[in-house]
Every structure is written in structure tokens, then in C-alpha cells.
Design a protein around this ligand. Structure first.
Ligand code: PGA
Length: 227
């Protein structure tokens, strides 16, 4: 694992730069995307670069990590989030959310070149909550209480975070050729420390990333405060 401790603004630029270099170099790039507050700055940098003509996504395919199930209103879906924050603003060829046979679909498209990740306070990546099998492929998962509380801020008028989601599994994520994980803020420091220095254990799903040959962790000073 390579760990970079930088300011949020620089992290967004550096990470966007990695995606832009891949997309400008590879004929049919496949990128893995994430929702949440953390990746928004990277998406803004990608949109800026597209508008300036520095990058085109016309040959790029994206796969998102996860999607809620049982939503009362589509406006809360990760599809809506992604459309609003990135997809509607660029010329991407195709953008997928998890479905049945997602792992086969990813494989058929050549596999994910770079997967972007955030991390939950409980060490989850995508909706792989503590206790998830390291061998898991895309599956339906129960969302942990802590995560439901953390995500409640995106819901309005008493609407509640669903209890279930469809998510790439830990093995799906580990199959990516490269992984970039971003974390900001003190509330992520404990999970970040366990991911980097802790034992590889199901109690911290992100700890499995220690076994991946090409992982970069970009964190601000607050998220790095327990290292
Ligand atoms: P956040 O979520 O970016 O909104 O903090 C990260 C995650 O739960 O993976």
C-alpha cells in the first residue's frame, strides 16, 4: 500500500490526474466509481478537465460500486447521485450500476483498470460491512446501523436510508487492476489506521486491501491522525 497524506484539494487533483492519464492512454478504459461525499471533488476535477478538452470519456466505461435496494424515491438512488455529480456532465460511453451477473459483465468488458473507493467509519468499502466474506462477489447486503446513520444526511422529510443494497463484493473489488482509496476527516481516522496497520480481518473489510498489489491511499492529515 502506498499512503499519501495531502490536503484535500491536492488529493482531488492528483486522483483525477490518475484517471485522466489512464483514459488518455488506454483504448477502452474501464473505471470503477464510488458515491458519497468523498469522491465529489475528484468528479468536479474530471468535469473541469472534460470541459477544457483535456480528456474525453467517449471510449470509457464505468462501473459503480453499489446501489440501494427498496428505495421509496429514485432521487435518493446512487444512479441519480452519479448522474448529477458526474455522468450528465461528461461524454461517457456507458455507465453501469450493479445488477445480476455484475462480475461477469465487468470481466466481459476487460476488468476494472482503476477502482475508486471511500471508506466507512466501520471500515466498510462499498456496502461490504464488517463480517463480509473476503471471497464475496456482487451480492445483496444488509447496511450496518452506523452506515445508515451516516447516510441519513442525504435523505429528506423523514425518509429513511434503506436496509439493503446491492454491492460489489470484496473479491470483485480485489479483482481491480488498481485501487485508489480516499478518506478525509477525523471520523475516518480509526478505520484508516485499522485498514493500514491492523490485522487483515473481517472486522475491518478494508484491511483486505493490504493484499492488493497496487493500492494507493490518499488521506488528509485528520484521517491520518491515528497512524
Ligand atoms: P462518504 O462515504 O464519502 O460519504 O464519507 C464513504 C463510504 O461510506 O464509503
Amino acid at each position: 500500500m502506498k499512503v499519501y497524506i495531502l490536503k484535500e484539494k491536492d488529493i482531488n487533483k492528483r486522483v483525477a490526474g490518475r484517471f485522466i492519464r489512464l483514459i488518455n492512454k488506454k483504448e477502452n478504459p474501464v473505471i470503477g466509481l464510488a458515491t458519497g461525499s468523498t469522491p465529489e471533488g475528484v468528479y468536479n476535477e474530471l468535469i473541469k478537465a472534460f470541459k477544457k478538452g483535456i480528456v474525453s470519456f467517449k471510449n470509457t466505461i464505468s462501473f459503480n460500486l453499489d446501489e440501494y435496494l427498496d428505495l421509496k424515491d429514485e432521487k435518493y438512488s446512487y444512479r441519480s447521485f452519479m448522474n448529477e455529480k458526474l455522468i450528465n456532465h461528461i461524454d461517457i460511453k456507458q455507465s453501469f450500476m450493479p445488477t445480476d451477473n455484475y462480475d461477469d459483465l465487468i470481466k466481459a468488458k476487460g476488468g476494472i483498470d482503476i477502482q475508486l473507493l471511500g471508506i466507512g467509519r466501520d471500515g466498510h468499502i462499498a456496502f461490504n460491512e464488517p463480517g463480509t466474506d473476503f471471497d464475496s462477489l456482487t451480492h445483496i447486503a444488509n447496511i450496518a446501523e452506523m452506515t445508515r446513520i451516516d447516510n441519513q444526511r442525504f435523505f429528506e422529510n423523514g425518509d429513511k436510508v434503506p436496509e439493503r443494497a446491492i454491492t460489489m463484493g470484496l473479491k470483485t473489488i480485489m479483482h481491480s487492476k488498481r485501487i485508489i482509496l480516499i478518506a478525509f476527516g477525523k471520523n475516518k481516522a480509526d478505520a484508516v489506521a485499522k485498514m493500514i496497520n491492523g490485522p487483515i480481518h473481517k472486522s475491518c473489510p478494508a484491511s483486505i486491501l493490504q493484499k492488493h498489489p497496487h493500492v494507493e491511499i490518499f488521506i488528509d492529515e485528520d484521517a491520518a491522525s491515528l497512524l
